[in-house]
Each structure stands twice: as structure tokens, then as C-alpha cells.
Design a protein around this ligand. Structure first.
Ligand SMILES: Cc1cc2nc3c(=O)[nH]c(=O)nc-3n(C[C@H](O)[C@H](O)[C@H](O)COP(=O)(O)OP(=O)(O)OC[C@H]3O[C@@H](n4cnc5c(N)ncnc54)[C@H](O)[C@@H]3O)c2cc1C
Length: 505
């Protein structure tokens, strides 16, 4: 049942993440009346879950660091990332050029909204430092971009889930929205619409369709990105490119139950400017406590730990697979996708200093075992005996003891091979980090779009009035390297929003 009284505006933006906010702002700047529809109670999407790296050239930060750079070199380096993976043939460098060409202006726009970044940081094979990280964390994006849009007069409607598109003679006219009170209402766009509803990392059906049942069953970091925009595009003749290209499963420690002080910091200009100054001027040892909370909450354990003797057990206390071969994929198939990393003091002693770190974020810092003991008491376990360690992890003691005994005796089990040449786990005290969980970080399949970000429908014909941005309009781009996904969300959002306001009539 659709409620009486439809709502009309010039431009409708579906979603409330980085791409949507950029689109809404650009459409408003172009003079359109804009309604932004976000299904969650707050703005942000995966943009607010992200690390917050944005890669761009010709930024004030590069200039201040004396770095001469340009979009053409950026594009050439972007190609090196795909080449390193032998995936150039699957990448879309036509849109890649659009991304690189528009990144300088996009970054200036982000700064104009009050966002504050540190950087640029190097990230080979980029030939020059281009990665910028937002302060104090990625929740600054919805906070400041949302404020910017509201100031411009964008009508932001939360708890408003777009159900489906309305097409009239093949032209996108509007959407059906489930409103906060549970009723469905028609929204009509006099000019154009932008799909910016994020990826399908949390969308079981689309993951199964484009990848596999195993991937479909792995939880997403952002469970609410169910691929609605992609689904609506497909329902209306759109095509998804590189739907199987998925980041994950990746084993990450489960997030802490409480929010850290740093996570609570609002991105108020006074705070972010102070942080920026601190980042530029204070010694890293003073910043270290701030960085550690981040490095021990959001990141995956290094694979080298397994080489040096760490093993994985599941919720039942059983080892599974060879830890050095696709540990996250194997963990995904265990109960709840959960795993605990077990090691003895030989490994623990090694992972206290460079070059042996438990986790890292490029150019930001390294977290050692001691950092986990201090900042992640919820997942840090240490005990004199394997039995006591099992009790601390709340895993079945007898099964866990048997698992460790089998491993040390080089005895294979039904689910796990011998330890072979790897060291036995014998030197007390015994340690565990966990639980960790297999997650899908994001999916890369996006609707096929033109250089104007128009959605391509049946028979390669554009769907008039319908644009896609961010993950929805990724159109085969792999966006490898840090900071290109967010870069694309903002660049494509700005272009799609402007075009939706100006081109469609
Ligand atoms: C843990 C993590 C770390 C990352 N780190 C980085 C990084 O540092 N740098 C980088 O470049 N990329 C990073 N990424 C990827 C990047 O965050 C995403 O590619 C990018 O944010 C996508 O932006 P978007 O606007 O397309 O989607 P999103 O930001 O996900 O926004 C989509 C929005 O649409 C809403 N929505 C969905 N369905 C509907 C509907 N039916 N009706 C209304 N609203 C709807 C969602 O609720 C959501 O708010 C990271 C991703 C994750 C998960």
C-alpha cells in the first residue's frame, strides 16, 4: 500500500554515505531542490566504517611537503596496482582517469567542508606520497558533510528506506520509500536521481549470485549495506561488473564492546586542528596511545604470526586447515566464523618489537603484543597452562588441550594437517588473541555507468534520469590501493549529483 500524497523534488539521492552526501551537495550547488533518503537512523554507511584514507594529487598537503604531482601520474600508478595483481584486463581505466582527473578538486571540496587530513603518506607503487587520512576518524565524513548539506538546504530524511525505483516509459521518475512510520510513499524527482546506496557486503543474495555460498554466509563489517542500489539497478536492466571481486573474507579481531575515547572525539574544528598540529609536530611516542586504540580495534593480525608458530582454533577448541593457507576463508566455514589465535611465549617475545608486529595500518603505525595487552584486555589471554588458557577464552578445556597435544606431537586431525616444520606451542606462559572473526570488508561489483555516471540499462542504452555513484557506480573499477574507494565515492558523487540536477530534463 502506498500512502496518499506523493512528495516531489528536483533531485532524489538514495543513500547517506560519502557518495550520496557529495551528490546531494553538488546537486544543491547546481540549484536543484534535493531530498536525500537514508535507510539507517544515521548517515555514514561504510564511509563511516572506513579507515578514512583518501588518495589524491595536487593537494595543499602535497604542496606543503614540496611534492610536485599530477593526475596523469596518478593514473599510471593506479594501473600498477592492478598490474601487480595481474588484473589490468578487468579494470576500468576510462573511469580511472575520471577519478584521477577529478581528485584534486574533490579533495579541495572536502577541505572546504571543514574536514581535516594528515598526510600525504607514501604507498608504493605510487611514485609519490598521495594518501591522506581524515581526523579524528572516518565518522568525520558524515558529521561534516551532513552539516554542509544541511546548511546548503538539502532535505535529509533518515529512517527512509528506498524500496524500488519508479520508471515511466523507461525514464527514472522516482522511488517508493518506506517512511519512518512504516508506510510506503512515492517520491518523484522532477530532474534526476542518484543511486548511492553502497555495496552488497551485507547482502546475502547478491554475494551468492556473484560469488559463492561460502562468501554469502560471511558477515560484513557493515551489515546494513545489503546492495539495495545494485538490486534496483539490476531490476531495471542494469549490469553489474566485477561482481565476484570482493575484499574478504579477512580475519579481524572483534571490535571492543565499549567505544574508546578517541572514537568518541567529535570532529569539531578545534579538536581536529589540534590533532593535525600534533601529528605534524609531536614525537610519535606521544601520539602512540591514540594510534594504538585504532591499530588494535580495526585491523587484521599479520600472517607472519602463523609462520612463526601461532595456530588457530575455533569455538569448539579445534584446529582447522593450515593456518598459513587462507586462514580467513577457513575460519569463515567454522561456527560463527570465529577463531582464536594461540601461541606460546617464544612467539610472544618475538612480537614485542620491530619488525614483528601483530597489526599495522600503512604509514600510521605498528601494534605489538604489549599494545594488545594494554588496549584490548577483552581479547588478550595469557595463562600458565593450556587448560587455564582455554578457561580464559571460554573454550572447551579438554578438546583444546587435545588439539594442542596433537599439534605438538605432529599428529594430523580430520580438519588440520601436521605442524610439519613449524615450532611446537610448548613454552609457557601460553597466549591467545581472540575471538577474531572472518569478515567481508566490501564488495567491488558496481553498476555499469557512462562517463557522466548515467546507469547503462538494456541493450547498452542509458536509463534517462538515473545516475549511480560510489559503490553503486563502480562500473568495473578495482580501485586497488588505499584511498581510491573513498576518492571514487566523493568524485563520482559530485559528478552524478551535478548531472542529475543539470542534465536530466
Ligand atoms: C572497514 C572498512 C575500511 C575501509 N577503509 C577505506 C579507506 O580507508 N579508504 C578507502 O578509500 N576506502 C575504504 N573502504 C571502502 C569505502 O569505505 C567504501 O567503498 C565507500 O565508503 C563507499 O561509499 P558509498 O557512499 O558508495 O557507500 P556507503 O558509504 O556504504 O553509503 C551507502 C549508504 O546507503 C544507505 N542505504 C543502503 N540501502 C539503502 C536504501 N534502500 N535506502 C536508503 N538508503 C540506503 C546505507 O545505509 C549507507 O548509509 C573501507 C571499507 C570498510 C568497510
Amino acid at each position: 500500500m502506498v500512502a496518499a500524497g506523493r512528495i516531489e523534488t528536483d533531485v532524489i539521492v538514495v543513500g547517506g554515505g560519502g557518495a550520496a552526501l557529495a551528490a546531494a551537495s553538488a546537486a544543491r550547488t547546481a540549484g536543484a531542490e534535493v531530498i536525500l533518503l537514508e535507510k539507517n537512523p544515521q548517515l555514514g554507511g561504510s564511509t563511516a566504517w572506513s579507515v578514512g584514507s583518501v588518495t589524491a594529487t595536487q593537494t595543499p598537503h602535497q604542496r606543503k611537503a614540496g611534492i610536485t604531482d599530477n593526475p596523469q601520474d596518478h593514473l599510471e600508478d593506479l594501473k600498477l596496482f592492478s598490474a601487480a595483481l595481474k588484473l589490468e584486463h578487468r579494470d576500468n581505466f576510462v573511469l580511472g582517469r575520471l577519478l584521477c582527473d577529478h581528485s584534486p578538486a574533490m579533495f579541495d571540496w572536502l577541505l572546504s567542508t571543514g574536514l581535516e587530513f594528515v598526510g600525504p603518506f607514501p604507498e608504493p607503487p605510487h611514485r609519490r606520497p598521495r594518501m591522506h587520512n581524515v581526523l579524528p576518524n572516518s565518522r568525520a565524513f558524515p558529521w561534516l558533510l551532513g552539516r554542509h548539506c544541511r546548511k546548503q538546504g538539502v532535505d535529509i530524511r533518515l529512517n527512509s528506506e528506498v524500496q524500488r525505483l519508479i520508471l515511466d516509459n523507461g525514464r527514472a521518475r522516482g522511488v517508493i520509500v518506506r517512511e519512518p512510520d512504516g508506510t510506503n510513499r512515492e517520491y518523484i524527482a522532477r530532474k534526476g536521481m542518484v543511486l548511492a546506496a553502497g555495496d552488497y557486503s551485507g547482502g546475502r543474495e547478491l554475494k551468492a549470485r556473484f560469488s559463492s555460498e561460502l562468501i554469502a554466509n560471511v558477515d560484513a563489517v557493515n551489515v546494513t549495506n545489503t546492495g539495495d542500489g545494485i538490486r534496483m539497478g539490476l531490476e531495471n536492466g542494469g549490469t553489474v561488473i566485477n561482481g565476484d571481486y570482493i575484499r574478504g573474507p579477512i580475519l579481524r579481531f572483534v571490535p571492543p564492546m565499549h567505544t574508546t575515547f578517541e572514537q568518541k572525539l567529535p570532529p569539531l574544528p578545534a579538536i581536529t586542528k589540534l590533532l593535525h598540529w600534533g601529528f605534524d609536530h609531536l614525537p610519535k611516542r606521544i601520539l602512540r596511545p591514540v594510534l594504538m586504540n585504532y591499530l588494535t580495534t580495526a585491523l587484521a593480525p599479520e600472517k607472519s604470526l602463523y609462520e612463526h608458530g601461532a595456530i588457530l582454533v575455533d569455538r569448539d577448541g579445534l584446529r582447522f586447515g593450515d593456518e598459513r593457507d587462507q586462514p580467513a576463508r577457513n575460519a569463515a566455514a567454522r561456527p560463527d566464523g570465529m577463531a582464536w589465535m594461540i601461541f606460546d611465549s617464544a612467539v610472544a617475545d618475538r612480537y614485542q618489537q620491530w619488525p614483528h608486529f601483530v597489526s599495522t595500518a600503512p604509514s600510521i603505525g605498528y601494534a605489538y603484543l604489549e599494545d594488545y595487552r594494554r588496549t584490548r584486555k577483552d581479547i588478550f589471554h595469557c595463562a600458565a597452562t593450556p587448560g587455564e588458557l582455554a578457561d580464559s577464552m571460554k573454550l572447551p578445556r579438554a578438546v583444546f588441550e587435545k588439539t594442542l597435544a596433537n599439534y605438538n606431537a605432529n599428529t594430523p586431525t580430520a580438519d588440520a594437517p601436521q605442524r610439519a616444520e613449524r615450532p611446537a606451542v610448548v613454552k609457557p606462559p601460553f597466549y591467545a588473541l581472540g575471538p577474531a572473526k572472518a569478515y567481508i570488508i566490501f564488495t567491488n561489483g558496481g553498476l555499469k555507468v557512462t562517463l557522466n555516471l548515467e546507469v547503462v540499462g538494456q541493450n547498452e542504452q542509458i536509463i534517462p534520469g538515473l545516475y549511480a555513484a560510489g559503490a553503486n557506480g563502480q562500473s568495473g573499477m578495482l580501485l586497488e590501493g588505499h584511498g581510491h574507494h573513498l576518492g571514487w565515492a566523493f568524485v563520482s558523487g559530485l559528478i552524478a549529483g551535478k548531472n542529475a540536477a543539470l542534465r536530466a530534463g
